[in-house]
Write a protein of this length. Sequence first.
Length: 229
Amino acid sequence: MTQLAERASSNDSRTVARRPGGRSARVRRAVFDATLALLAADGYHALSIEAVAALARVNKTTVYRNWPTKATLVRAAAEDRSAALITTETTGDPERDLVAFLTSVAANVTSPLGHALVLATLNEANDTQVREARADFWLHRFQAAGELVRSAAGEATNSDSIIERLIAPVFLRAFITGAPIDEAFIRETVRAALPQAETPGAAPSRRGEHPGDDHPEKTWEASDEGTGT
């Protein structure tokens, strides 16, 4: 397993430990964990709410009441994982903040679970519900990262464009070329994405403003263990 993947696994454990108590929180955690595990192991097509409920040891009506379809359940579980694992904090040091952000993205998608989750959704690219859930997921993730990027590069920055230039090389190495994703690569990618190439005064971009503005997931390098926020 790569160092980035090990870091993601460690973050997963700490995230679960930090969750607030209470039955609702425990049910939500159990359902999301079961959803991601089954999705990674068997793919989206084989996933069922009944199987999730059985693995989570909750009543299936509880799952249906909160997440009526597979697509809404998968999107919620993926957003929960990403929100917990992806760093979007600002410290006043733009390069350091973007390096931390991209390192967390890389650690997530090169972990066994993260890698499998991306592949599971890509394998169902023709499913309308999956496409819609994926578009909503990326809309929210770009919005979450947009503030960080604008803080680093200026309010007039096309934040979506910079986010794409940050994550695309990582996904390319993770899912297509298999080239290593190390600290030096992360720093080079951040420096290449920062605004020398931005047009001064360009209007800030907001994902989802234009019909068909659907940014597909790009791809990354998996760890040796195989395998998903």
